[in-house]
Design a protein around this ligand. Structure first.
Ligand code: FAD
Length: 317
């Protein structure tokens, strides 16, 4: 079922959803299930599975380092299929421009269609680790909007080599990313919103936001989006702080501000166990306020261990 249908069916009751990251290759799928299992009692209608792009690894050979390119966390679509099968939940693969040619994307979409995946999140992807700017794969897309268009075209039976008569057309519901605090590369928040509107006009059905800690930013973002005619659901994505180092890492990677009270609490916490608890309490308040505002769903970035997400969901849903 589509995300938009889940939201409609909920009739205003806020939904709980979360995102997981595929384990590093060589891991067992049961390790992943161990983190998903505890969250299923909160009836997530959908679970997102991220896609990690390729990276360089350095392998020592005879005292010299050989540089190889590899994907350390492959398996997104396979994981989605296994989640759908095991839990009877909609699993949503994140589809990236970065690292994929248009043909590879087409084959991936065909796999998703065969596997009964109804939803996709279309993303550009970040620059490769160690690179400053995003460079598309040769023959790949440069912006998420191009991916949205490719998916929409396939919904219409238009493949890269031409039109195909299809008895069972895919009808993918498409999510795209939104940034309440602006995407790092955008020249302004208004310009970024204009780009978001282009993605929606091209066929995106809903928006999921980058994580944020200041709800006012989300409220203003939704307001500004509505003002320029973005009418699709805007799902807030949040992440509980879990370790002290998040104070440096999260603003650096996700280009976000943290409220001073939260910063102070984390700084004065005696250890990471205390920080994890602070993160849980903050996220509970944040979630409640988002729901009061009318957020249709709260989406949690679980990034591995799910005990903190479970603690939050127990209080909120
Ligand atoms: P776009 O929408 O293409 O925007 C990228 C930048 O270009 C923005 O600054 C935008 O304003 C600008 N722009 C857009 N269109 C144009 C245009 N035509 N001309 C000029 N400028 C333009 N990354 C991963 O690698 N894997 C994941 O699984 C993943 N999941 C994510 C999930 C969510 C909910 C979010 C919010 C982000 C996720 N990301 C993921 C990160 C994302 O890939 C990066 O933030 C990336 O840098 C931008 O992706 P986008 O889809 O927002 O890009």
């Amino acid at each position: 079922m589509k995300v938009t249908e889940h939201l409609e069916k909920a009739e205003g009751k806020p939904l709980f959803s979360f995102e997981i990251v595929p384990p590093k290759k060589g891991s067992n799928i049961n390790d992943l299930y161990a983190n998903v299992d505890p969250l299923m009692e909160f009836n997530p209608p959908f679970i997102d599975v991220t896609t990690s792009r390729e990276e360089y690894v350095y392998i020592e050979k005879d005292g010299l380092f050989d540089r190889k390119i590899t994907r350390m966390r492959p398996g997104t679509v396979g994981i989605c299929a296994s989640l759908q099968y095991k839990y009877n939940v909609d699993a949503i693969p994140h589809v990236l421009c970065g690292g994929f040619t248009k043909e590879e994307t087409e084959y991936l979409l065909v796999d998703c269609h065969y596997l009964g995946i109804d939803n996709l999140v279309a993303l550009r992807g970040d620059p490769m680790k160690g690179e400053k700017y995003f460079v598309p794969a040769e023959g790949g897309h440069s912006f998420a909007i191009d991916l949205v268009k490719q998916i929409r075209n396939m919904n219409e039976g238009q493949f890269l080599h031409g039109n195909v008569e299809m008895k069972h057309k895919p009808d993918f519901c498409i999510g795209v990313a939104g940034y309440p605090e602006k995407h790092i590369e955008a020249p302004s928040l208004d310009e970024d919103l204009r780009r978001l509107k282009e993605k929606v006009d091209a066929g995106a059905d809903y928006v999921v936001t980058q994580m944020f800690f200041d709800n006012q930013r989300y409220f203003r973002f939704v307001e500004a989006a509505r003002e320029i005619g973005i009418t699709v659901p805007i799902i807030p994505g949040i992440k509980p702080v879990a370790v002290k180092r998040h104070l440096q890492i999260l603003p650096q990677v996700f280009w976000l501000d943290m409220p001073s009270s939260l910063i102070k609490d984390i700084e004065t916490a005696k250890d990471n166990k205390a920080v994890r608890q602070i993160g849980v309490e903050f996220a509970i308040q944040q979630s409640k306020e988002l729901i009061e505002f009318g957020a249709p769903c709260v989406h949690y970035y679980s990034m591995g261990k799910s005990d903190n997400i479970k603690a939050i969901a127990s209080e909120v849903f």
